[in-house]
Design a protein around this ligand. Structure first.
Ligand code: ARG
Length: 475
């Protein structure tokens, strides 16, 4: 059903209708559109613009449509241009001309902006819950491997030993920033465009404050032109989703490396790995790889929306219809990736012996020698030089650092007394890293406990806000 046509002498050409239509992707906004219509109806009733008899009939029909949309008994037709036209058709099919009364004081411009905000908030809250679940799984794994020494890397070269629990926990910290970002985004997004109309507000006595509150928003948007043109909330949501995807991608890269034969650290559960159609022996980390690959499309969706917005006059333009598919795709992508990824992390086991054996190789204790000299009053630049010489000698003679003789140490630097051997153990190196956030076991345990309590606080917030926006996610 067309929502316009009075001033036209013909209906749009088929090619124009095909280009213009968005029903094939915006139908999933239907539950939000209906909820927003109920809030708008209350405003019209309050302003005396719809009689209580008509109001009751429209409310009844909207509620019927809610359950019919949910059950799949009301579906869009090929002739419907978008979700708003399809639902107005549904209303007039039920009520006749009265169904058209709801359009007073409202334009598809404020309507679609409202639907998109409701949709985005509902779905990002749900995703925040899934990210929290992944964080909890990561921290449980980190606790399991809290005392397991492993090599730590920079430049993908052995750098200094770390506890593997420390290595794992870092990912939960990164994801916590993503949940924080969603909380922060929510503060800016939870405003209602209803009442803005096409751009200029309305001459009718609507109730934007009342409809904002009814929908769970904090307040109406302060400028009606901004209300219909702002898609910052879409771009920002897409950035957050791309960042989550990028975090999963980096984690996926580590998982793939750790599961390789060369590393031999990670063992994936059979249910969270895949095989090869030709090589019977293969067990591949496809979940980690797909997470890595899908980060590309998440970044692409963000780029698409920013490119669409750039240069757009700051009012409603039809270009804005292109905000939907990227947002929907990014949400769907993460809804697909997160459960599989969380299951993969929860079911991976790590080879403590292999990691411990690797921890001291690659001269990863060279910094201990430099720090030993610094504690003896030697300036770090000299200490660094001396420790480097130790590595040089070891490399030339195929030895490990602790295999240098007392005489060799002393010849490199007089400060390198026999006591230096005491710091040349992985255990000692780990225990000495007691700075805030460092790799000493007690510090790693502290940061895990602190993060666990932050996750609980975030989860309470997610539950609280989800109650405000619940029941709409449907599809
Ligand atoms: N399908 C449109 C969109 O997503 C709805 C708004 C249409 N507004 C208009 N003035 N043609 O943006």
């Amino acid at each position: 059903m067309a929502l316009w046509g009075g001033r036209f002498s013909s209906t749009p050409a088929d090619a124009v209708f095909a280009l213009s239509r968005s029903i094939q992707f915006d139908w999933r906004l239907a539950p939000y559109d209906l909820r927003s219509s109920l809030a708008h109806l209350r405003g019209l009733e309050k302003g005396g613009l719809i009689s209580s008899v008509d109001g009751a009939a429209i409310r009844g029909a909207l509620k019927e449509l809610q359950s019919e949309v949910e059950s799949g008994n009301f579906l869009p037709h090929d002739g419907d241009e978008d979700v708003h036209s399809a639902l107005e058709r549904g209303l007039t099919e039920k009520l006749g001309a009265v169904g058209g009364a709801l359009r007073a004081g409202r334009s598809r411009n404020d309507q679609v902006a409202t639907d998109m905000r409701l949709f985005a908030i509902d779905h990002l809250l749900h995703l925040a819950g899934q990210v929290s679940a992944l964080q909890r799984v990561i921290l449980a794994k980190a606790t399991e491997y809290l005392d397991a020494p492993a090599p730590g890397f920079t430049h993908l070269q052995h750098a200094q030993p770390v506890l593997f629990g420390h290595e794992l926990a870092k990912h939960a910290h990164a994801l916590n920033r993503d949940v924080d970002r969603i909380r922060d985004w929510y503060l800016r997004t939870s405003f209602s465009p209803l009442g803005a109309g096409a751009l200029a507000g309305s001459s009718l006595a609507l109730d934007p404050e009342g409809s904002a509150t009814e929908l769970g928003f904090s307040a109406p948007i302060a400028n009606s032109i901004d209300a219909v043109s702002d898609r910052d909330f879409v771009a920002e949501a897409l950035f957050i989703l791309a960042m989550i995807g990028t975090h999963l991608s980096r984690m996926g890269e580590e998982w793939s490396l750790w599961a390789s034969t060369e590393f031999g650290w990670a063992k994936l559960a059979d249910a969270f790995a895949t095989g090869s159609s030709i090589m019977p022996q293969k067990k591949n980390p496809d979940i980690a790889e797909l997470a890595r690959g899908k980060a590309g499309r998440l970044i692409g969706n963000l780029t698409a929306v920013l490119a669409m917005l750039k240069g757009l006059p700051f009012a409603y333009n039809r270009d804005l219809q292109e905000d939907k598919e990227p947002l929907f795709d990014s949400i769907d992508t993460l809804n697909l990736v997160l459960p599989a990824f969380t299951g993969m992390v929860a079911s991976t086991t790590f080879d403590r012996a292999a990691m411990a054996a690797a921890a001291s190789t690659g001269y990863s204790l060279a910094t201990e020698i430099a720090d030993f000299l610094v504690r003896g009053g030697i300036p770090f630049a000299q200490a660094h030089e001396a420790a480097g010489k130790c590595v040089y000698q070891c490399e030339a003679s195929g030895k490990e650092l602790h295999e240098l003789t007392d005489a060799q140490f002393a010849a490199i630097h007089p400060g390198l007394t026999a006591d230096v051997r005491k710091v040349l153990t992985v255990e000692g190196a780990l225990q000495s890293r007691t700075t805030f956030g460092g790799t000493a076991q007690i510090k790693v345990a502290d940061q895990i406990a602190t993060l666990e309590s932050r996750i609980l606080i975030n989860q309470e917030w997610i539950d609280d806000k989800s109650n405000l926006f619940s029941g709409m996610m449907g599809q």
